[in-house]
Design a binder for this molecule. Structure first.
Ligand code: HEC
Length: 270
């Protein structure tokens, strides 16, 4: 009897502990997702700091940095803080974000690397799935071309503050990757009307809509066709538009992503 009681308590204790660490883990992942999102948002706009809601997000960015950093070893923590700190020191500069491109890329890459963020889908995204999801669930706010002008934004009864951004704007387009769109779709955006889809869409649907958003409203070379890119989806999905350009992986590689046939889910990912 006594042994049973002891064992039962042990089991109960272990379950509670398991739950605690699971919850802790969930919170850490959430903090990390939000941190990456805010880091990316911070790069959007030369007036980042002058916007009231943005100033609030800047302090949230610092707060999240502290929260995620405590999980790292002292050496890695320093690395993260140095990289993000050098980038944040440039906020408010007249040539922001252009002059901060390198610092931004480094802060972002350091974060992704130190936390070993999973950047690629386990199944090839499918553009037609992405398009369907987008048209049904996202377009009313984001607009058919991603310009942030969906029908909800024209309804005076619906107040969206902040409103959906014009995702085709050069700075936004250039500083996002498919992962970034996946991240925001999954997590939503606190303090805005952007819902989280973590529990309502499958990972495949979220990745598909992310690739659809990142690459279908193609601004500069909408009409070009043909594909013979040799770069894998894996490497491309990790890169922002700026990084692709910096590597000279410009049109051809993007074309690879834009080719629906490349996203046939039956074709195994390399
Ligand atoms: C009710 C309106 C609404 C709906 C529906 C909606 N969004 Fe959003 N979305 C927003 C708003 C507003 C923002 C801006 C959030 C912010 O600034 O924090 C946003 C932001 C985003 C972002 C981040 C963009 C960036 O700057 O990196 C992504 C990605 C996104 N939405 C994807 C989606 C997808 C995918 C769907 C559909 C599955 C969707 N949204 C549905 C309102 C909406």
């Amino acid at each position: 009897m006594r042994t049973c009681l002891f064992l039962c308590l042990l089991v109960l204790g272990a379950t509670a502990q398991g739950r605690d660490s699971r919850e802790e883990k969930r919170k850490q992942t959430k903090d990390l997702r939000r941190f990456i999102q805010l880091l990316e948002y911070s790069y959007d706009d030369p007036n980042y700091l002058s916007h009231a809601s943005m100033a609030k997000r800047r302090s949230e960015l610092s707060e999240k940095l502290e929260q995620i950093a405590v999980k790292l070893s002292p050496k890695k923590r320093k690395k993260l803080k140095d990289a993000v700190g050098s980038y944040m020191a440039l906020f408010g500069r007249a040539d922001f974000p252009k002059g901060s491109q390198k610092a931004y890329s480094s802060a972002r890459a350091t974060t992704l690397e130190l936390f070993r963020v999973v950047l690629i889908p386990s199944q090839s995204p499918n553009f037609s799935v992405g398009k369907k999801v987008y048209e049904k669930q996202c377009q009313q706010c984001h607009g058919s071309e991603g310009k942030g002008d969906g029908i909800y934004t024209k309804n005076p009864k619906i107040k969206m503050e902040p409103p959906p951004k014009d995702l085709t704007k050069q700075f936004i387009e250039g500083s996002r990757s498919p992962f970034s769109y996946f991240n925001s779709t999954l997590a939503g955006s606190e303090g805005s009307s952007m819902p989280k889809y973590e529990f309502t869409l499958s990972a495949h649907e979220m990745w598909s809509v992310a690739f659809y958003m990142a690459h279908s409203w193609n601004r500069n070379d909408r009409d070009r066709t043909g594909t013979n890119a040799k770069v894998s989806m894996e490497s491309i999905s990790k890169m922002t538009g700026y990084e692709l350009k910096a590597l000279g992986l410009n049109d051809q590689d993007l074309r690879y992503l834009r080719d629906w046939r490349s996203f046939d889910p039956k074709t195994p990912r390399k």
